[in-house]
Write a protein that binds this ligand. Structure first.
Ligand SMILES: NC(=O)C1=CN([C@@H]2O[C@H](COP(=O)(O)OP(=O)(O)OC[C@H]3O[C@@H](n4cnc5c(N)ncnc54)[C@H](OP(=O)(O)O)[C@@H]3O)[C@@H](O)[C@H]2O)C=CC1
Ligand SMILES: CC(C)CCC[C@@H](C)[C@H]1CC[C@H]2C3=C(CC[C@]12C)[C@@]1(C)CCC(=O)C[C@@H]1CC3
Length: 345
């Protein structure tokens, strides 16, 4: 039977490279590219079909940053497929990044230099905003929309006699000190990206606790530093091109500068080939590229406390409940208004 795979944020960067790699592995896959921009989704599908003309590729409109869009898209998935084998939660944003040049130069001459290049700790802040659902945009896109998607897709992910894999594209930028259970959306801080990625690490552990017995397994990967639209938002692409020789040099010391989307998708691809039951639920799987350009995946233990991951899970369930209630009320109001208009006509 064809394996069904859904990838969010599949129209560019690491998501698109993953699709390319999956098709090179196995043409008998049913790929579903879930994207917010259908024009870019069509272009991505055409690019994949150019290299794999016989591939089965569907498109799905989904803005992971919008509750309504995620709920509609999930309905569509359940109508189209009777089961889902892999769910890659890859879409992500880092809006308005600010690079701290002073901290960078200070870090360069400190003993923390390798860690600074690997994790960007202390180098980046972002400016977040509130979206239409009243949620912080980074939290809504990188975490909550994906959480809601998993919740909605439980019937196709958790089926008797079948295992499914949920894979989060997290980051080495994920840091416990950037996250607070009292402010899970990171309304008050300046590192919403690091916070949302740490939250995805916590959530993955909680999902395993609650869903492994029903055949659903969740894992977390880090693609390393990859040249994509996301990184072109931090420094312009011409600048990255200019410093590329330095980047290759740094790679010798960190192995985390994977640089191309193909390399960055290494851990995602490697998880595809593994039995989900054999994966470590508390590990983050890192895509790494050696100085010689050899790709490999390495599992590292995450800095996670069980009680913290459970509390986040419960808070997300609460948030889900109240947003569903709000949507229902809006829907009821609309219907009542339509009825009123019909009566007054
Ligand atoms: N590049 C890097 O160095 C690293 C990246 N990552 C993570 O990798 C993942 C992929 O990013 P990357 O490939 O680098 O960057 P890209 O910007 O190339 O890809 C991000 C993808 O997510 C999509 N996306 C963003 N917001 C939404 C939304 N609201 N609804 C649906 N899709 C959305 C984008 O669509 P659109 O084209 O419409 O914007 C795009 O397809 C992200 O989660 C990122 O945080 C982690 C560590 C390092
Ligand atoms: C001379 C150059 C190598 C200077 C580059 C400095 C910084 C712009 C980069 C050093 C570490 C990078 C990094 C990221 C962005 C660019 C750096 C800060 C990420 C935050 C990108 C998104 C992620 O999810 C993790 C990356 C960690 C490393």
């Amino acid at each position: 039977m064809e394996k069904v795979i859904l990838v969010t944020g599949a129209n560019s960067g690491i998501g698109l490279a993953l699709c390319e790699r999956l098709l090179s592995e196995d043409l008998g896959l049913q790929l579903c590219l879930a994207c917010r921009n259908m024009q870019r989704a069509v272009a991505a599908r055409s690019a994949l079909l150019t290299s794999h003309p016989d591939a089965h590729i569907d498109l799905l409109h989904m803005d992971v940053g919008s509750v309504r869009s995620v709920l509609n898209a999930a309905q569509e998935v359940k109508a189209r497929y009777n089961r889902l084998d892999y769910l890659y939660l890859n879409a992500g944003i880092m809006p308005n990044p600010q690079f701290d040049l002073r901290a960078f130069f200070k870090g360069l001459f400190s003993s923390n230099v390798v860690n600074m290049f690997a994790t960007a700790e202390g180098l980046l802040t972002q400016q977040d905003r509130v979206n239409k659902d009243g949620l912080q945009e980074v939290f809504a896109t990188n975490l909550f929309g994906h959480f809601l998607l998993v919740r909605e897709l439980e019937p196709v992910l958790c089926q008797a006699g079948h295992t499914s894999q949920v894979v989060w594209t997290s980051s080495s930028n994920a840091r416990r000190s950037a996250f607070s259970l009292d402010d899970v959306q990171h309304r008050l801080g300046t590192e919403p990206y690091a916070s949302s990625k740490y939250a995805s690490d916590l959530l993955s552990v909680a999902l395993n606790r609650h869903h492994n017995s029903r055949g659903m397994f969740s894992s977390v990967i880090c693609p390393g530093l990859v040249m994509t639209n996301l990184t072109y938002g931090i420094l312009p692409s011409f600048f990255w091109r200019l410093i590329m020789p330095v980047m290759y040099l740094i790679r010798i010391f960190t192995n985390t500068f994977t640089l191309t989307a193909y390399n960055g998708a290494e851990a995602l691809h490697s998880l595809f080939l593994q039995n989900p039951e054999s994966l470590d639920p508390r590990a983050k799987y890192h895509s790494l590229t050696s100085g010689m350009g050899i790709n490999y995946t390495k599992a590292r233990q995450m800095d996670i406390h069980d009680d913290m991951s459970e509390t986040l899970y419960e808070k997300l369930l609460e948030m889900e409940k109240s947003l569903r209630r709000k949507l229902k009320e809006e829907e009821d109001d609309k219907q009542a208004y339509r009825k009123y208009l019909l009566q007054t006509e």
